[in-house]
Design a protein around this ligand. Structure first.
Ligand code: KG4
Ligand code: ZN
Length: 336
């Protein structure tokens, strides 16, 4: 695809501190991820100030581990990259400042990477031969969008959430039901067990915005759960969780397939933390197979936040645009 490179990337946009070393955009030499989930669990969500401080405390050791696991020296590197948005400003600044400092100290170019482009490149990390144009659905705690990837670097966001992100809805429903944080993995696990045991019916929830548009609305689906519990307080969390997950996955897969049909692409990918969801992975792959569309759902560790995907995107950006100026800051609301 492009010339040879060895990129070290830092990801600190939310609550994972991660460092990876990737060769040529797809050969992963290391990918260290330190999660702050236990620190934030007691607050029921990510506390921005706490996240920034935690990144600062752990980054040095994650960095050392990332280099050691890869078995490379700073002098071997081609570039140092960091996520520069979107995300929590304080958290982003830790990674961006570290990457720029290292780039200066090691005399390497710096590359700022859009976190969403990173999620998109997670698919290429696994399958560099994937063909564009493609449809990629990005579903995370902060974002839910359908992207028409006309070419690498040429993105058209053709659908987006009008209110909550899908992961945010999972987290809020789990919190309301007292199931813990983060909600996505908990609901996934509980729903899977409930269906496997076959002990009851999942609650049938309404699907939001099932019209022809590619936009989403998850806030109403969250309210539907709350209203249902008020009317039927005896319902088990398992039946509620399974029903909510089925409704969200149904909406996501239906809209992704509408986009695939509308844009006539032969390839489709998933990205973002919610792409770790078992039901979504299975339903998305099955619906694509039905259409003879090539699909790729990255391994779970590359769906949730990680620096390997940032390094993959940085490799492409470096060869396409060159280094990022050192006076470029971090942008909390950066768009794709
Ligand atoms: O991409 P990510 O790690 O961070 C952001 O960029 O937001 O996504 C985190 C989100 C959280 O809302 C979490 O609940 C959700 O991804 N998530 C899941 C699963 N694993 C993580 N949602 C549903 N099922 C899962 N298995
Ligand atoms: Zn993310």
């Amino acid at each position: 695809m492009t010339a040879s490179s060895l990129v070290l990337a830092i990801e600190t946009s939310c609550d994972e501190t991660s460092v990876a070393v990737v060769r040529d955009g797809n050969e992963m030499l290391s990918n260290v991820v330190s999660s702050q989930v236990e620190i934030h669990a007691r607050f029921g969500g990510v506390v921005p100030e706490v996240a920034s401080r935690a990144h600062l405390e752990i980054l040095e050791s994650v960095l050392a581990q990332g280099l050691a696991d890869a078995g490379v020296e700073p002098s071997d590197l081609t570039a140092v990259a960091a996520t520069n948005g979107p995300g929590l400003i304080g958290a982003l600044l830790v990674g961006v400042t570290a990457a720029k400092t290292l780039a200066l100290a090691w005399d390497k170019p710096y590359v700022g990477v859009n976190h969403l482009e990173g999620h998109l490149f997670a698919s290429f990390l696994e399958r560099p031969d994937l063909q564009v144009p493609m449809i990629t659905m990005l579903v995370s705690g902060g974002h839910t969008s359908i992207v028409h990837v006309r070419n690498l670097g040429d993105y058209e966001v053709v659908g987006r959430t009008l209110d909550d992100a899908a992961g945010e809805a999972f987290d809020k429903v789990a919190r309301y039901l007292g199931m813990g944080y983060p909600g996505g993995p908990v609901i996934d696990q509980v729903a899977q067990a409930f269906v496997a045991e076959g002990v009851g019916e999942a609650v049938a929830f309404p699907r939001g915005m099932m019209d022809n548009s590619l936009d989403f609305s998850f806030s109403g689906m969250k309210t539907a759960v709350i209203n249902y519990v008020r009317k039927h307080p005896e319902t088990s969390n398992d039946a509620l969780a399974a029903g909510f997950q089925e409704a969200v996955v149904d909406v996501l897969v239906t809209k992704a397939m509408t986009a695939i049909d509308r844009y006539g692409v032969a390839t489709a990918c998933l990205g973002g933390g919610v792409a770790a969801n078992s039901l979504l992975r299975a339903e998305f792959a099955a619906a694509c197979a039905e259409r003879s569309v090539t699909s790729l759902v990255p391994a779970r560790e590359f769906c949730t936040d990680n620096a390997a995907m940032i390094a993959a995107a940085a490799h492409w950006r470096l060869h396409h645009d060159g280094p990022t100026a050192l006076n470029t800051g971090a942008t909390p609301s950066l768009r794709l």
